[in-house]
Design a protein around this ligand. Structure first.
Ligand code: F6P
Length: 342
Protein backbone atom coordinates (compact mmCIF):
# COMPACT_ATOMS: atom_id res chain seq x y z
CA UNK A 1 0.00 0.00 0.00
CA UNK A 2 1.05 3.61 -0.48
CA UNK A 3 0.39 5.46 2.77
CA UNK A 4 0.23 9.22 3.33
CA UNK A 5 1.29 10.69 6.68
CA UNK A 6 0.48 14.15 7.97
CA UNK A 7 1.15 16.08 11.18
CA UNK A 8 -1.46 18.71 11.96
CA UNK A 9 -2.27 21.23 14.71
CA UNK A 10 0.28 22.55 17.22
CA UNK A 11 3.61 20.74 16.97
CA UNK A 12 4.81 18.46 19.74
CA UNK A 13 8.04 16.67 20.69
CA UNK A 14 7.80 13.09 19.37
CA UNK A 15 6.14 13.74 15.99
CA UNK A 16 9.29 12.73 14.12
CA UNK A 17 9.57 9.54 16.17
CA UNK A 18 6.06 8.55 14.97
CA UNK A 19 6.96 9.25 11.34
CA UNK A 20 10.22 7.29 11.61
CA UNK A 21 8.69 4.21 13.23
CA UNK A 22 5.72 4.14 10.84
CA UNK A 23 8.03 4.26 7.83
CA UNK A 24 10.42 1.69 9.31
CA UNK A 25 7.78 -0.83 10.34
CA UNK A 26 5.63 -0.30 7.25
CA UNK A 27 8.55 -0.64 4.85
CA UNK A 28 10.39 -3.46 6.60
CA UNK A 29 7.51 -5.61 7.80
CA UNK A 30 4.86 -5.03 5.13
CA UNK A 31 6.49 -3.54 2.03
CA UNK A 32 4.35 -0.37 2.17
CA UNK A 33 5.50 2.90 0.62
CA UNK A 34 5.14 6.27 2.32
CA UNK A 35 4.56 9.86 1.30
CA UNK A 36 4.43 12.82 3.65
CA UNK A 37 1.87 15.61 3.27
CA UNK A 38 3.47 18.95 4.05
CA UNK A 39 1.96 21.34 6.62
CA UNK A 40 -0.87 19.15 7.86
CA UNK A 41 -4.24 19.23 6.12
CA UNK A 42 -2.97 22.10 3.96
CA UNK A 43 -0.69 19.62 2.15
CA UNK A 44 -3.61 17.23 1.78
CA UNK A 45 -5.94 19.75 0.16
CA UNK A 46 -3.15 21.19 -2.00
CA UNK A 47 -1.57 17.82 -2.88
CA UNK A 48 1.80 19.00 -1.48
CA UNK A 49 3.80 15.83 -0.83
CA UNK A 50 7.32 14.53 -0.31
CA UNK A 51 8.40 10.92 -0.61
CA UNK A 52 9.40 9.25 2.63
CA UNK A 53 11.93 6.52 1.93
CA UNK A 54 13.74 4.94 4.91
CA UNK A 55 16.80 7.09 4.32
CA UNK A 56 14.77 10.27 4.89
CA UNK A 57 13.57 9.25 8.35
CA UNK A 58 16.72 7.67 9.77
CA UNK A 59 17.92 9.35 12.97
CA UNK A 60 14.98 11.77 13.33
CA UNK A 61 13.35 10.30 16.48
CA UNK A 62 15.31 12.66 18.70
CA UNK A 63 14.52 15.80 16.66
CA UNK A 64 11.91 18.23 17.92
CA UNK A 65 9.20 19.65 15.65
CA UNK A 66 8.08 17.76 12.56
CA UNK A 67 10.01 17.20 9.34
CA UNK A 68 6.67 17.48 7.49
CA UNK A 69 5.68 20.87 8.92
CA UNK A 70 2.25 21.52 10.37
CA UNK A 71 -0.63 24.01 10.20
CA UNK A 72 -4.09 24.52 11.63
CA UNK A 73 -5.77 24.27 8.19
CA UNK A 74 -9.30 22.84 8.17
CA UNK A 75 -9.54 20.20 5.38
CA UNK A 76 -13.23 20.97 4.83
CA UNK A 77 -12.59 24.62 3.94
CA UNK A 78 -11.33 26.31 0.76
CA UNK A 79 -11.86 25.55 -2.94
CA UNK A 80 -9.88 22.26 -2.76
CA UNK A 81 -11.22 21.13 0.61
CA UNK A 82 -13.83 18.48 1.39
CA UNK A 83 -13.81 14.71 1.01
CA UNK A 84 -14.47 14.48 -2.74
CA UNK A 85 -11.55 16.78 -3.62
CA UNK A 86 -9.31 14.91 -1.18
CA UNK A 87 -10.28 11.54 -2.69
CA UNK A 88 -9.37 12.90 -6.16
CA UNK A 89 -6.04 14.23 -4.90
CA UNK A 90 -5.26 10.86 -3.24
CA UNK A 91 -6.05 9.03 -6.47
CA UNK A 92 -3.76 11.43 -8.41
CA UNK A 93 -0.92 10.81 -5.98
CA UNK A 94 -1.59 7.07 -5.79
CA UNK A 95 -2.19 7.28 -2.02
CA UNK A 96 -4.37 4.46 -0.63
CA UNK A 97 -4.70 5.53 3.00
CA UNK A 98 -3.85 8.32 5.42
CA UNK A 99 -2.28 8.36 8.89
CA UNK A 100 -3.27 11.62 10.60
CA UNK A 101 -1.17 12.60 13.62
CA UNK A 102 -2.85 15.29 15.68
CA UNK A 103 -4.92 16.43 18.62
CA UNK A 104 -8.69 16.62 19.14
CA UNK A 105 -9.31 18.98 16.17
CA UNK A 106 -7.18 17.02 13.71
CA UNK A 107 -8.67 13.69 14.76
CA UNK A 108 -12.23 15.06 14.58
CA UNK A 109 -11.52 16.08 10.96
CA UNK A 110 -10.04 12.60 10.34
CA UNK A 111 -13.22 11.07 11.78
CA UNK A 112 -15.41 13.09 9.36
CA UNK A 113 -13.20 12.18 6.38
CA UNK A 114 -13.34 8.52 7.41
CA UNK A 115 -17.15 8.77 7.58
CA UNK A 116 -17.06 10.14 4.02
CA UNK A 117 -15.21 7.03 2.81
CA UNK A 118 -11.51 7.93 3.10
CA UNK A 119 -9.27 5.19 4.51
CA UNK A 120 -7.96 6.84 7.63
CA UNK A 121 -6.25 5.96 10.90
CA UNK A 122 -5.10 8.34 13.64
CA UNK A 123 -2.29 8.89 16.10
CA UNK A 124 -3.10 11.11 19.12
CA UNK A 125 -0.75 14.00 19.80
CA UNK A 126 -0.78 16.87 22.27
CA UNK A 127 1.49 18.21 24.97
CA UNK A 128 -1.71 18.99 26.92
CA UNK A 129 -2.47 15.26 27.54
CA UNK A 130 -6.19 16.04 27.23
CA UNK A 131 -7.34 13.23 24.91
CA UNK A 132 -9.67 11.02 26.90
CA UNK A 133 -9.08 7.72 25.10
CA UNK A 134 -5.39 7.37 25.91
CA UNK A 135 -3.65 7.31 29.28
CA UNK A 136 -0.86 9.54 27.93
CA UNK A 137 -0.04 11.42 24.75
CA UNK A 138 3.59 11.86 23.67
CA UNK A 139 4.91 15.39 24.16
CA UNK A 140 3.32 15.68 27.59
CA UNK A 141 6.27 14.16 29.46
CA UNK A 142 8.68 16.48 27.62
CA UNK A 143 6.54 19.55 28.38
CA UNK A 144 6.33 18.58 32.07
CA UNK A 145 10.10 18.10 32.24
CA UNK A 146 10.77 21.50 30.62
CA UNK A 147 8.26 23.21 32.94
CA UNK A 148 9.72 21.45 36.00
CA UNK A 149 13.26 22.58 35.10
CA UNK A 150 11.97 26.14 34.65
CA UNK A 151 10.20 26.05 38.02
CA UNK A 152 13.36 24.82 39.75
CA UNK A 153 15.20 27.79 38.23
CA UNK A 154 12.50 30.28 39.16
CA UNK A 155 12.63 29.00 42.73
CA UNK A 156 16.32 29.83 43.23
CA UNK A 157 16.06 33.37 41.87
CA UNK A 158 12.86 33.84 43.90
CA UNK A 159 14.65 32.69 47.07
CA UNK A 160 17.57 35.06 46.41
CA UNK A 161 15.30 38.10 46.17
CA UNK A 162 12.57 36.98 48.61
CA UNK A 163 10.07 37.35 45.78
CA UNK A 164 6.99 35.43 44.81
CA UNK A 165 7.48 33.83 41.39
CA UNK A 166 4.54 33.03 39.09
CA UNK A 167 5.00 30.68 36.10
CA UNK A 168 2.33 30.50 33.40
CA UNK A 169 2.35 27.15 31.60
CA UNK A 170 0.33 25.88 28.62
CA UNK A 171 -3.10 24.35 29.02
CA UNK A 172 -6.05 26.20 27.48
CA UNK A 173 -8.69 23.73 28.62
CA UNK A 174 -6.95 21.38 31.03
CA UNK A 175 -4.31 21.69 33.74
CA UNK A 176 -2.27 18.50 33.36
CA UNK A 177 1.05 20.28 32.65
CA UNK A 178 0.50 22.69 35.56
CA UNK A 179 -0.49 19.89 37.93
CA UNK A 180 2.41 17.57 37.12
CA UNK A 181 5.16 20.21 36.86
CA UNK A 182 3.84 21.97 39.97
CA UNK A 183 3.83 18.76 41.98
CA UNK A 184 7.27 17.79 40.69
CA UNK A 185 8.77 21.17 41.59
CA UNK A 186 6.96 21.48 44.94
CA UNK A 187 4.99 24.60 43.97
CA UNK A 188 3.14 26.41 46.77
CA UNK A 189 0.02 26.90 44.62
CA UNK A 190 -1.17 25.35 41.35
CA UNK A 191 -4.05 26.90 39.42
CA UNK A 192 -5.82 25.02 36.63
CA UNK A 193 -8.88 25.62 34.41
CA UNK A 194 -10.81 22.77 36.02
CA UNK A 195 -10.71 24.26 39.53
CA UNK A 196 -11.95 27.75 40.28
CA UNK A 197 -9.98 29.36 43.09
CA UNK A 198 -10.21 32.97 44.32
CA UNK A 199 -7.26 35.38 44.24
CA UNK A 200 -7.86 35.73 48.00
CA UNK A 201 -7.13 32.02 48.45
CA UNK A 202 -3.97 32.26 46.33
CA UNK A 203 -2.83 35.26 48.38
CA UNK A 204 -3.38 33.26 51.56
CA UNK A 205 -1.22 30.34 50.29
CA UNK A 206 1.46 32.87 49.28
CA UNK A 207 1.39 34.55 52.74
CA UNK A 208 1.62 31.18 54.53
CA UNK A 209 4.65 30.26 52.44
CA UNK A 210 6.36 33.56 53.11
CA UNK A 211 5.60 33.30 56.83
CA UNK A 212 7.69 30.10 56.86
CA UNK A 213 10.58 32.04 55.35
CA UNK A 214 10.23 30.62 51.84
CA UNK A 215 9.85 32.35 48.45
CA UNK A 216 6.38 31.44 47.11
CA UNK A 217 6.29 29.60 43.78
CA UNK A 218 2.95 29.63 41.91
CA UNK A 219 2.12 27.69 38.71
CA UNK A 220 -0.87 28.77 36.65
CA UNK A 221 -2.24 27.11 33.51
CA UNK A 222 -3.04 29.64 30.77
CA UNK A 223 -6.75 28.73 30.87
CA UNK A 224 -7.24 29.32 34.62
CA UNK A 225 -10.12 31.61 35.53
CA UNK A 226 -10.60 33.15 38.96
CA UNK A 227 -13.69 32.00 40.85
CA UNK A 228 -16.70 33.96 39.61
CA UNK A 229 -14.99 35.39 36.50
CA UNK A 230 -15.84 34.66 32.87
CA UNK A 231 -12.52 35.24 31.11
CA UNK A 232 -8.89 34.65 32.11
CA UNK A 233 -7.72 37.70 30.18
CA UNK A 234 -7.90 41.41 30.91
CA UNK A 235 -8.28 44.16 28.32
CA UNK A 236 -5.20 46.40 28.21
CA UNK A 237 -5.94 48.89 25.43
CA UNK A 238 -5.13 48.56 21.72
CA UNK A 239 -1.80 47.56 20.19
CA UNK A 240 -0.04 49.28 17.26
CA UNK A 241 -2.29 47.39 14.79
CA UNK A 242 -5.51 48.39 16.56
CA UNK A 243 -6.01 44.90 18.04
CA UNK A 244 -7.02 44.52 21.69
CA UNK A 245 -3.97 43.97 23.89
CA UNK A 246 -4.73 41.19 26.35
CA UNK A 247 -2.76 40.48 29.48
CA UNK A 248 -2.12 36.78 30.14
CA UNK A 249 -3.23 35.18 33.37
CA UNK A 250 0.34 34.90 34.73
CA UNK A 251 0.79 38.65 34.63
CA UNK A 252 -2.67 39.36 36.04
CA UNK A 253 -2.11 36.91 38.85
CA UNK A 254 1.29 38.40 39.73
CA UNK A 255 -0.31 41.87 40.04
CA UNK A 256 -3.17 40.49 42.17
CA UNK A 257 -0.74 38.69 44.49
CA UNK A 258 1.48 41.75 44.87
CA UNK A 259 -1.48 44.04 45.62
CA UNK A 260 -3.04 41.65 48.11
CA UNK A 261 0.12 40.54 49.95
CA UNK A 262 2.62 43.36 49.48
CA UNK A 263 5.16 40.72 48.41
CA UNK A 264 7.18 41.67 45.34
CA UNK A 265 6.07 39.30 42.56
CA UNK A 266 7.36 38.48 39.07
CA UNK A 267 5.70 36.43 36.34
CA UNK A 268 7.22 34.32 33.55
CA UNK A 269 5.33 32.86 30.58
CA UNK A 270 6.98 29.60 29.47
CA UNK A 271 5.02 29.56 26.21
CA UNK A 272 6.29 27.61 23.23
CA UNK A 273 9.53 26.60 24.97
CA UNK A 274 7.33 23.79 26.35
CA UNK A 275 6.75 22.45 22.83
CA UNK A 276 10.24 22.84 21.39
CA UNK A 277 13.37 20.71 21.38
CA UNK A 278 14.12 17.05 21.83
CA UNK A 279 11.55 14.66 23.29
CA UNK A 280 12.26 12.77 26.51
CA UNK A 281 13.03 9.05 26.34
CA UNK A 282 9.48 8.24 27.49
CA UNK A 283 7.95 10.33 24.68
CA UNK A 284 10.27 8.85 22.03
CA UNK A 285 9.26 5.32 23.02
CA UNK A 286 5.52 6.13 23.21
CA UNK A 287 5.62 7.93 19.85
CA UNK A 288 7.56 5.06 18.29
CA UNK A 289 5.01 2.51 19.52
CA UNK A 290 2.10 4.69 18.27
CA UNK A 291 3.68 4.89 14.80
CA UNK A 292 4.04 1.11 14.60
CA UNK A 293 0.48 0.59 15.85
CA UNK A 294 -0.90 2.96 13.19
CA UNK A 295 0.80 0.93 10.47
CA UNK A 296 -0.65 -2.29 11.90
CA UNK A 297 -4.14 -0.71 11.78
CA UNK A 298 -3.64 0.29 8.15
CA UNK A 299 -2.36 -3.17 7.27
CA UNK A 300 -5.38 -4.83 8.94
CA UNK A 301 -7.82 -2.30 7.44
CA UNK A 302 -8.92 -0.97 10.85
CA UNK A 303 -10.11 2.30 9.32
CA UNK A 304 -11.54 4.95 11.61
CA UNK A 305 -9.34 3.88 14.53
CA UNK A 306 -6.51 5.52 16.41
CA UNK A 307 -3.69 4.30 18.62
CA UNK A 308 -4.15 4.65 22.38
CA UNK A 309 -2.08 3.78 25.45
CA UNK A 310 -4.05 1.75 27.99
CA UNK A 311 -1.86 0.87 30.96
CA UNK A 312 1.26 -0.35 29.20
CA UNK A 313 -0.49 -1.70 26.08
CA UNK A 314 -1.07 0.10 22.80
CA UNK A 315 -4.61 -0.50 21.55
CA UNK A 316 -6.74 0.50 18.55
CA UNK A 317 -9.73 2.64 19.61
CA UNK A 318 -12.42 3.83 17.19
CA UNK A 319 -12.66 7.58 16.56
CA UNK A 320 -16.29 7.39 17.65
CA UNK A 321 -15.31 6.03 21.07
CA UNK A 322 -12.19 8.17 21.43
CA UNK A 323 -13.34 11.67 20.58
CA UNK A 324 -15.88 14.13 21.93
CA UNK A 325 -14.86 14.79 25.50
CA UNK A 326 -11.57 16.08 26.85
CA UNK A 327 -9.68 14.33 29.66
CA UNK A 328 -9.72 16.91 32.44
CA UNK A 329 -7.88 16.76 35.77
CA UNK A 330 -10.14 14.91 38.24
CA UNK A 331 -11.03 16.70 41.46
CA UNK A 332 -9.22 14.03 43.51
CA UNK A 333 -5.94 14.63 41.66
CA UNK A 334 -6.20 18.35 42.42
CA UNK A 335 -6.93 17.70 46.10
CA UNK A 336 -3.78 15.53 46.34
CA UNK A 337 -1.72 18.42 45.06
CA UNK A 338 -3.58 21.02 47.12
CA UNK A 339 -2.70 19.21 50.33
CA UNK A 340 0.92 20.29 49.66
CA UNK A 341 0.18 23.99 48.95
CA UNK A 342 1.13 26.93 51.15
O1 F6P B 1 -2.89 22.44 22.21
C1 F6P B 1 -1.54 22.57 22.45
C2 F6P B 1 -1.18 23.97 22.81
O2 F6P B 1 0.19 23.92 23.08
C3 F6P B 1 -1.96 24.60 23.97
O3 F6P B 1 -1.54 24.22 25.24
C4 F6P B 1 -1.75 26.08 23.69
O4 F6P B 1 -2.79 26.82 24.24
C5 F6P B 1 -1.78 26.12 22.20
O5 F6P B 1 -1.36 24.87 21.73
C6 F6P B 1 -0.95 27.22 21.60
O6 F6P B 1 -1.17 27.24 20.23
P1 F6P B 1 -0.36 28.12 19.17
O7 F6P B 1 0.94 27.42 18.91
O8 F6P B 1 -1.22 28.11 17.96
O9 F6P B 1 -0.13 29.47 19.77
Amino acid sequence: MRIGILTSGGDCPGLNAVIRSAVFSGTRLHGHEFVGFRHGWRGVVEGDTIDLPLVRVRGIAKQGGTILGTSRTNPFEGPNGGPENIKRMMADKGVDALIAIGGEGTLAAAQRLHAAGIRMVGVPKTIDNDLSSTDYTFGFDTAVQIATDALDRLRTTGESHSRCMVAEVMGRHVGWIALHSGMAAGAHAILIPEQQVSYEQVASWVMDTQARGRAPLVVVAEGFVQEGEASPHSYRGLDAFGRPRLGGIGEILAQEIEERTGIETRSTVLGHIQRGGTPTGFDRVLATRFGMAAVEMVTKGQWGHMAALRGTDIQAVSFDDALGSLKTVPEARYREAEMLFG
